[in-house]
Structure formats: C-alpha cells, structure tokens
Design a protein around this ligand. Structure first.
Ligand code: CUA
Length: 165
C-alpha cells in the first residue's frame, strides 16, 4: 500500500543515517587504537627520537663500554641495553644536577625502559636506538624497571641509577 511504501522509505533513510554513524564511530575507534598502539610500541616516540641503525646497536662499542660519557659541563650520555632479564650498565652513577641523555636499545626482545619517579619511559627495541633526556636534581637512587612484558623474569628486570651528591 501507499502507506507502507512511505513508511519503508522513511525507515530506510533512518537506517542509513544510523549505519553511517556506526561506521564513523568504528572508524574513529580504530584510528584511535592504532595511534595509541603506535605510541605505546615506540613506532611514534613519546617526546623521544628514534633512528634505525644499519648496525646492531647493542653490539656497538658505545653500548658495550657501559661508561657514562661526559658531553658538556653537566651533560652526559648513557648507553643502556635491555637484555633478558637485566639492564646494562647498572648501577649508573650520575652526579647531582646532571642532564643525562639516554640512548636505549635491546639486545634481544622488546623491553620497556622506565625510570621510576621520572618522566623517562621509552621502548627498548632491538636494532633501534631511542633517546630521552632527563636532569637529575635530587640525590637519590632511581630504579629502572621493564614495563613491557618480556618473559618469565620480566618483573625482576630492574636496574639502578644512583645520583651522587
Ligand atoms: Cu624486559 Cu619486561
């Protein structure tokens, strides 16, 4: 009947609008999730720069030396490697007030380089070096933890930064 026809037309329009909104919402959620995952896995760094090395960074002399490198009056570079299941070097001694630029990589699987009580948090990825800088104003001990699940002893993967007075 004529009434049924009009009703179905209206219903179709209504349905199309809702299908559109549903798809738009799903697309937004998907894009948001992708962005979150990208940041979380260090594909996009949080306030940090990443570059791909043609070498395996963990095997390079800088990472193997385990030494804090002085780069300015109170500036240092630290080359840190995550391994199953420890951070090296550790402990890292830092003079109070020093600004340390960390270069972080992994020798095996993905680890999460987080220094508790600071804003330092980046992903340690094999073959990739992440960087982050931090100024240590307080004389205290900081713990480096792993915040990316990496196997049986993940929770015991703890290093130390000792800020000397
Ligand atoms: Cu390394 Cu979790």
């Amino acid at each position: 009947t004529r009434f049924d026809h009009a009703f179905h037309k209206a219903a179709d329009r209504h349905e199309r609008v809702w299908i559109f909104f549903t798809i738009a919402l799903l697309a937004l959620l998907f894009a948001g999730t992708l962005a979150f995952v990208a940041v979380d896995f260090g594909v996009v760094a949080k306030g940090a720069g990443f570059y791909k090395s043609p070498l395996t960074p963990a095997d390079s002399p800088l990472f193997k030396s385990g030494k804090l490198v002085k780069t300015g009056p109170s500036a240092y570079s630290a080359y840190v490697t995550g391994k199953l299941w420890y951070w090296t070097p550790s402990p890292i001694h830092v003079p109070q007030g020093a600004t340390v630029t960390f270069y972080v990589t992994s020798a095996d699987v993905i680890h999460g380089f987080e220094v508790q009580g600071t804003t330092i948090n980046l992903t340690a990825i094999p073959g990739v070096v992440g960087t982050v800088s931090y100024t240590f104003d307080k004389a205290r001990i900081y713990h480096i933890v792993c915040n990316e699940y990496c196997g049986i002893a993940h929770q015991s993967m703890i290093g130390e930064i000792i800020v000397d007075r």
